[in-house]
Write a protein that binds this ligand. Structure first.
Ligand code: NAD
Ligand code: ZN
Length: 359
């Protein structure tokens, strides 16, 4: 597969590659003279893909730094252990940190790279669809703390994002679907024919067809990249990337992280905000049902699973950061391509929760 390359004005490239071939040359080009690398990953991902990366980086001395899998381990405790092991490896400021994994590895390795020696060069090698289209691009790094998700972190841009599609061969189908949730979000933001392209390739995507995945991943990265280029520190426009996330985060926190996956929760949130739009008259019914049909076609949930009540969801959304003087900021859309932040009365959160639950 020929590489697809996107050069961001933030100073780095996102390369969508068939596998790892060419990564060594790319590292040499953006980090000249680096002969060592600290590779952060999960044990199972190292087992599947470690040999391929070692074969490609034959001239590089690799220090493997393994972290346990799962959102529960995206914590200050894991970060502390990780930075301690990084320091034991005695890097100088030229030694890059490579994050080989999904968003959990990427967010945590990125935060460690940002903090060790006040910044080691950082390279994202996303192995999940979600990380390829979303988490690896844009420089948000973080860990979770008891007070909430992603509340301790830094904006720290990578020097390179290398997304090897070969790693998707081992990605479980349910994780692939989750990535499609964020891809739907990006397609709604993009407008134009992005939604129809997704509609046309839905079954191929679910079957893991590489050609179809490469096309929609590239489309999706372009949407995210364009927004973070214009607003890298989320002073304004970047917030529209939270489409579907207000209810989505509430569903995750009420049901417990792990009971529902992030991409599934986002899909539920997108459908609910579309339904709220119809109720309030800013989205036409045809658009909402088209979005709902696409989410269903991609095998993602359109309603909150049993176990989360309207009251619980409403309460969980009350902790949302974007709340001021009885008003809440919600990302809404009237049609694909027309997504905006709207200041709405707090009561709309309850309506949103109800719509997420109601058949
Ligand atoms: N920084 C950002 O801008 C940003 C954006 C979106 C999401 N995120 C974060 O990303 C995380 C979610 O990312 P995710 O969905 O990739 O979750 P994840 O990293 O937990 O990966 C999901 C599961 O898939 C496994 N996996 C990943 N790649 C694999 C492969 N190729 N083969 C087999 N198994 C594989 C992982 O080990 C894990 O068990 C969340 O913590 C979220 O907060 C960050
Ligand atoms: Zn998300």
């Amino acid at each position: 597969m020929p590489h697809q390359r996107l050069t961001l004005s933030l100073g780095y490239d996102v390369v969508l590659a068939g596998d790892f071939a060419g990564l060594q040359g790319e590292l040499q080009a953006c980090l000249p003279g680096s002969t060592r690398a600290l590779v952060v990953t999960h044990p199972r991902i190292r087992g599947w893909h470690g040999a391929a990366i070692e074969a490609e980086l034959s001239g590089v001395e690799i220090t493997w730094l393994e972290v346990p899998e799962g959102e529960a381990h995206k914590s200050l405790e894991t970060w502390r252990g990780l930075v301690a092991r990084m320091l034991e490896a005695r890097p100088d400021r030229q030694v890059p940190v490579l994050a080989l994994g999904g968003g959990v590895v990427g967010d945590m390795a990125g935060f460690a790279a940002a903090t060790v020696l006040r910044g080691l060069p950082f390279v994202q090698i996303p192995t999940s669809v979600l990380a390829a289209v979303d988490a690896s691009v844009g420089g948000k790094t973080a860990v979770n703390v008891p007070q909430g998700k992603n509340l301790v972190g830094a904006f720290y841009q990578p020097r390179l994002v290398w997304a090897p599609l070969s790693t998707l061969d081992t990605l479980p189908p349910e994780e692939l679907r989750c990535g499609l949730g964020e891809i739907v979000k990006h397609a709604i933001i993009a407008g134009g024919d992005a939604l129809s392209r997704l509609e046309a390739s839905g079954l191929d995507l679910l079957a893991g067809d590489k050609g179809a995945l490469a096309t929609v991943i590239a489309d999706s990265v372009r949407v995210k990249a364009a927004i973070v280029e214009r607003d890298p520190l989320e002073r304004g426009e970047r917030a529209i990337l939270n489409l579907g996330h207000t209810l989505g985060h509430a569903v995750e926190s009420v049901l417990g992280y792990g009971a529902v996956r992030h991409g599934e929760a986002v899909a539920i949130g997108i459908v609910a905000i579309a339904r709220l739009g119809v109720l309030r008259g800013w989205t036409c019914a045809g658009v909402a049902s088209r979005v709902e049909a696409l989410v269903g076609r991609l095998d993602l949930p359109t309603r909150v699973p049993t176990g989360a009540s309207t009251d619980d969801l409403h309460a969980a959304m009350g902790f949302d950061k974007k709340r001021a003087r009885g008003m809440v900021r919600l990302v809404v859309f009237s049609e694909p391509g027309k997504v905006r932040l709207e200041s709405l009365p707090e009561a709309e959160l309850r309506a949103l929760a109800e719509l997420g639950v109601r058949a």
